[in-house]
Structures are given as C-alpha cells and as structure tokens.
Design a protein around this ligand. Sequence first.
Ligand SMILES: Nc1ncnc2c1ncn2[C@@H]1O[C@H](COP(=O)(O)OP(=O)(O)OP(=O)(O)O)[C@@H](O)[C@H]1O
Length: 296
Amino acid sequence: MIEARKLVKDYGTFRALDEVSFSFEDPGIFGIIGHNGAGKTTLLKCMAGLIRPTAGDLVIEGIDVRRDPARLKETLGYLPEESRLYETMTVENYLRFFGEIYGIPADECRLRSEELLTSLKLDSGGKRIGELSKGMRRKVAIARSLLHKPSLLIYDEPTSGLDPMTSRYIIDYLAHLRDRCRKTILLSAHNLYQVEKICDQVLILRQGKVAAFGTMDELREDFGSLSYQIRFVAADVRTLPPSLTFKEEGGEYVAVAESMDDLNLVTAAVASAGGTVRRIESRYLSLEEMLLMIGK
Ligand SMILES: Nc1ncnc2c1ncn2[C@@H]1O[C@H](COP(=O)(O)OP(=O)(O)OP(=O)(O)O)[C@@H](O)[C@H]1O
C-alpha cells in the first residue's frame, strides 16, 4: 500500500506539491500524469526517497519515507527520466557493477542479468553502453532497476523518446511485471494512450495539486460522457423535426447528442415520428481530453 497524506514539497518559496493525497493498493500500475511542470517528477522523487517532502505523510509498504528513506532501498527500483549510464562499460559489466553495490553474489548476479536481458530482448552484442541506441539504453536502465528484485518500481517517463515498437514492448513488459511478478509500478508518462491502456489507477496533477484520481472508469464517471450516438430507423425521416441533424449509415440513421437533455429530445423526436431507436452509444473522454479539460 502506498499512501500520501497532504504531501507538500517546496523548492525555496515555490510550492511544487501542494497537499497531495492519494492511496494505491498494490500490486498494480499507477500512472501520474499532468502538464509539464505539474509536479510528476517531484512526486516520484519524494516517493523514491530521493528528495525530502517539506510536510505531510508518505508511507510505502509500511515504511515512513519521510523518516526513514534509506529503508526503501531494498524494496525499490528507480528509473529516472534520463538515466546516466556508464558509457564506456559493456552492459554485462555495468550490471555486475550495480550487482556489487546491491551486494548480490557474482554468480547470482550473472544469472539474473542474463534472465533480465533475455526477457527484455536486449542483445547488446558486447557493445559499450555509449554505442547503444536510445531504446537499448532504456532497457539497460530498466534491467538495472530490476536487478535486486525490488517489489516496487518507480519509473519516470519509461518510454520517453522511444519508437512506437520499443515503447509498446516496454509497456507490455511492465504489464508482465505486474501480472506475472506481482510488482507495483508507479510511472509518469506523457503518452496518455499508454497510461490509459495499462494503469489501474491514475493521478492527475495540476500545478502541484491533485486534479483527479481514480481508476479509468471512475475518472470517466467523474468527467461525464462527452456525447451520445443514437442509431435509429424511421420509415419517413421527413416527419422528423428539421432541427434534428443526422446522417445515414448502413441503412440506419445516426444522430449525436451532446448532453442527456439533448439525448432525451432526440429519442422523443424519433418516437413521435414513428421511428425506433436501435442503439445508443456513449463515448467517454479519453485521458488526453480530460487533461485538456483540466487545463494547465
Ligand atoms: N530543484 C528544483 N528547484 C526549484 N524548482 C524546481 C526544482 N525541481 C522542480 N522544480 C519546479 O517544480 C515544478 C514541478 O517540476 P517537476 O519536474 O516535478 O514537473 P513535471 O510534472 O515532472 O514536469 P515535466 O512533465 O516537464 O517533466 C516546476 O515548476 C519546476 O520548475
């Protein structure tokens, strides 16, 4: 369980996080989204114990992060927005180096590294890290974050700057870590389609405050449906009120209503013209539309 209560982070006189509260039940994937500068990285860094919150409570897996950030080390794998890797090392040496830092015995570290590189489909062919592509480097950083088998992963923009195929591979890999390895993953991302696809709960930050929080279904409920599409048949559409706009599609007619009131007007008009409503579909806001609605 990850719980934040009235979390505040000030940088000097600037308040980057303003009484942020939420709780995540693990295992799961939790997305933190918001416009540039909303406070996502600040929140992730607080949760990773890398910066100290100014006020409020933050408890992760029973560890009070404000009091005892060092205790998080074993439980946590952190992937910063931009990983500074050791350019002149090979991938294998790099992972061995971090294995030593984590106190993993050499044989076990080699086995774990091989497993991770295989599951991430990363074959560096003995190249130095500085010679690898961006996607490969991201995978190396992900492998490093998993080396000590942490139960909690904090990933800042895991797919930023990656091509769609690599990006999708990493997203699917994160889902695999949750579903098969029971990991809890907190991530920030600007690719909202991906967040919508894999996150169990989403926190939307706006200027350091919580603008919305919940499962995708809860957020859709909160934001309301955008429109209703009414499919109907009518023997003679000339009897429909001239104000009703609709189009013909596959032998049916389709009208769009922007609100529940509008929807009632359309269905009443169809009925009074002797028509029949075949289907009403509501189209919910996408996460991107919600973020645009919330504004900067
Ligand atoms: N070390 C710092 N000192 C002063 N202000 C900072 C510092 N780090 C971040 N900020 C400010 O805090 C606010 C939140 O920054 P943060 O990096 O957390 O946002 P973000 O949501 O991750 O943005 P982005 O999507 O652009 O990465 C910004 O206004 C930023 O300028």
